[in-house]
Design a binder for this molecule. Sequence first.
Ligand code: 6PG
Length: 276
Amino acid sequence: MDDTTANPNSLPREALPGVLVCPDAAEVARTAARRFVDWAWQAIARDGQFQVALSGGSTPRQMYRLLATQEFRTQIDWPRVHLFWGDERAVPPDHADSNYGLARRELLLHVPIPPGNVHRMEAELTPIGRAAHQYETVLRRFLELDDRGFPVFHLALLGMGSEGDIASLNPGARLLRETSRWVSTPAMDKLGTRRMTLTLPVIEAARRILFLVTGAPKAAMLRVVLCGRADRGLPAQMVQPRHGERIFLVDEAAARLLPAEAPAAASPPEKPKKRS
Ligand code: 6PG
């Protein structure tokens, strides 16, 4: 199911290398759902499984809902899909703020995924540090490791906060310099609570990193992330896949401050004129 079957008017335009712009949030969700199906087929054909770290926040909701529809759910070999989370709030799974809870309501309850393939972060447990350690054990059990010993997801799905935060990695956080741990439990001072999150090296080890960014309130930060000065404290800008690809799937509202034209691909250097 590739984009060619889509309504040509809704085909994403490439605003910058790896930055695909759809007309609106609904098309972002539809394009993301199509890519999910494609990448699931590829991963299952190659590795027998499709291992995905789902994103929290509100932006992926439409995509989860679409994947649960007859049109999409029948395209996916769910018994071969394993779902993990990029981050979680320190609340029970049935709490309104639970990232697992959102995915369960919108997706898991509607697709034939075996319960043993759903690996939620038990961030409500105390001490949360031990729960983070337990989650590392789960990752070690199901995921291959890369050349640096980090677990490799086939797909890491990410949202981007209006401050450039991703998962539960906040701008300027010391955790952004983490080089060994896979899972951490940062304090969210503004919220007076803790979170559980994958660390940057784990996110960057993913074969594919897909950002979903929609809405005008994200436009200023998206421009900074994609066109601004390099900032070693800005999580959304820092994510550089080590072996895979990074794609931003955004809507026109979020893309409104990006350069109008994708910078012309640098013309190949002139071939030296043959001496006559
Ligand atoms: C979370 C997320 C967080 C989120 C961004 C964007 O648990 O809140 O993982 O990183 O993706 O803040 O949030 P929205 O999609 O709600 O704008």
